[in-house]
Design a protein around this ligand. Structure first.
Ligand code: GLA
Length: 347
């Protein structure tokens, strides 16, 4: 059976075609992605009602993705999250990165993975898409020619596994992520406040007034940040500790455990859709779409505040600043390989 399909999604100004590839399995689970930004445009999964429905935010046109200020569905890099003052220290050299989120550098800057043109090669045998991109030395002021490959693989167990592989010719930081906005109700008109969330994490990163890490950790026990047991996202989202960020927008450190186990679980009980996430990154940014407020798409659907949740696994943000954070520098001759997977079930 031919499981991977390809269709034209749009055309860039320079004439290059943007294609949308769709992977399917035998249970009605599908994901679609385009070669612009490596953007995941749709994830389709049936709920208890058996009707396959789209459970991620997305747009229908390339034009909308060419703007995409909220990184909807996009691959993010070289470094996900914020770098204070855009100052990246490697060895004894400081690279000044762009301040696209003043006064900081966010999600790889103006020319990050999210708006690059990727090559996509479908692999029918393994039911996966292989995305590749050569980020040239100096792109966004990052050092080194970085060769990156991202695999989007779909299994018959309804798992989407995202694998990042890379190599470089100069030391460079690499902390990629995927910025998909999940709403398991399949109805962007319904917020995710009624979703149940569980995160295996006892601490998160403290941040300054501009959301950059201070180097300190905050214990989540008995606070609105504690998701060690399933809890409705909306339960304490209006707590004063969250008011500055307008909701959850925090980096959770996963508990150190042996083996591949679930780091986070998201459950929309009314539809039965349940997602579990595994990752070998040390933590993730949990972002409850706090800045999506009446964002119209071209069909005049409005993406609203808390209309979705992002579970963005990556290395500690701004790791070059703190020795006790991740070692996120990839060096020549070293092979980078990390993965995050999202598995969908009905419960
Ligand atoms: C991340 C950040 C948020 C926001 C979104 C994109 O999740 O942590 O603050 O910038 O990306 O809108």
């Amino acid at each position: 059976m031919n499981r991977i399909t390809k269709k034209i999604f749009g055309k860039l100004k320079d004439g290059r075609n943007v294609y949308e590839f769709t992977l399917k399995n035998l249970n009605g689970f599908e994901i679609s992605a385009i070669n612009y930004g490596g953007i995941i445009t749709r994830i389709v999964f049936p709920g208890r009602d058996g009707i396959p429905s789209n459970i991620v935010l997305g747009y229908d046109t390339l034009d909308a993705y060419l703007k995409n200020p909220f990184y909807i569905g996009a691959l993010v890099g070289r470094t996900a999250n914020r770098i204070k003052g855009g100052q990246l220290l490697i060895g004894n050299h400081t690279y000044q990165l762009s301040l696209n989120n003043p006064p900081n550098h966010l999600h790889g800057g103006y020319n990050g993975f999210h708006n690059r043109f990727w090559d996509i090669e479908p692999d029918e045998t393994n039911n996966l898409l292989k995305l590749s991109y050569l980020s040239p030395d100096g792109e966004g002021a990052y050092p080194g020619n970085l060769n990156i490959e991202v695999l989007y693989a779909l299994s018959e167990e309804n798992e989407l596994k995202i694998t990042y592989k890379a190599s470089t010719d100069k030391p460079t930081p690499l902390s990629p992520t995927q910025h998909t906005y999940f709403n398991l109700s399949a109805n962007p008109g319904e917020t995710i406040l009624n979703h149940d969330l569980k995160i295996k994490s006892l601490e998160l990163l403290e941040v300054d007034d501009h959301q950059c890490p201070t180097g300190e950790f905050i214990n989540v026990k008995n606070s609105p940040f504690d998701f060690n047991q399933f809890r409705k996202i909306g339960e304490q989202i209006d707590h004063k500790l969250l008011s500055k960020m307008r909701g959850y927008d925090h980096f959770y450190i996963f508990n150190k455990v042996e083996g591949a186990e679930k780091k986070a679980e998201l459950w929309h009980k009314p539809s039965g859709r349940y997602l579990s996430m595994k990752s070998d990154f040390p933590g993730m940014q949990v972002y409850t779409s706090n800045f999506l407020e009446n964002i119209p798409d071209e069909k005049n659907r409005f993406y609203q505040k808390h209309g979705a949740i992002c579970l963005e696994a990556h290395f500690h943000p701004d790791s070059s600043r703190y020795n006790h954070f991740s070692d996120w520098i990839l060096i020549p001759d070293e092979k980078f390989e990390h993965s995050t997977s999202y598995r969908f079930e009905i419960k």
